[in-house]
Design a binder for this molecule. Sequence first.
Ligand code: GLU
Length: 260
Amino acid sequence: MIVTRFAPSPTGLLHLGHAFAALTAHRAGGRFLLRIEDIDTARCREDFVTAIYEDLGWLGLTWERPVLRQSTRFAAYEEALALLGDLTYPCFCTRADIASAASAPHGPEGPLYPGTCRDPHRAPAPGEAYALRLDAAKRVGPLSFGEESKGRVAIDPLLFGDIVLARKDTPASYHLAVVVDDAHQGVTLVTRGEDLFLATHVQRLLQALLGLPAPRYAHHQLILGEGDRKFSKRDKAVTLRSLREAGASPGQIREWVGLP
Ligand code: GLU
């Protein structure tokens, strides 16, 4: 049985791009789950969580209850970090330290971590700020993931370098939380925007290191706004709420995103 999920972060109102993503996941058939990705407590808001339920319900979607909220899962992320054990190390570098490292190669999101704190590493002093990084080179042989439109995709485990998995005050990074929760919820098919295609490389690596099953992936095109810009939560005019208030029907939204 296929299990899909829609996993928004409640940092703004849902827009047409989210409608497309949620409808795509729902259409895959099987069980459809909703996961609220609210780890970043400074940016997430309860009224946006309520708006997610309201907008998806209005669109005609139904999802399984109870909804999993990442803010309730901190113990599971801690357990995963403990399991990684020696594959992680504390890092004390600032952003400026990393940017100024002469030989830092670049990854998809900017300079890769140059490995300053990797070897030898030390424990943080009491109260000292740190980030917990993955030693990405200590891996488990060749890995790949199944992508609906491309077949098997071999991963590059070093694509993002030694990623941050947690910080002193943040229990898990996006990558760690997604991998732990997709496995916990038994997700078999991850449908999401192609802007996250490269993230799957590092997420597949984490699955292997944590001994978690790998779902299949279907990265879809993004619905773009004027001038082929990605929609953002700042695009007030295309939020589902404002479209609804302006008289649009759920059927019209489905048509606009090409999933009537
Ligand atoms: N929470 C992420 C977002 O809102 C999506 C995560 C995922 O689909 O893996 O962009």
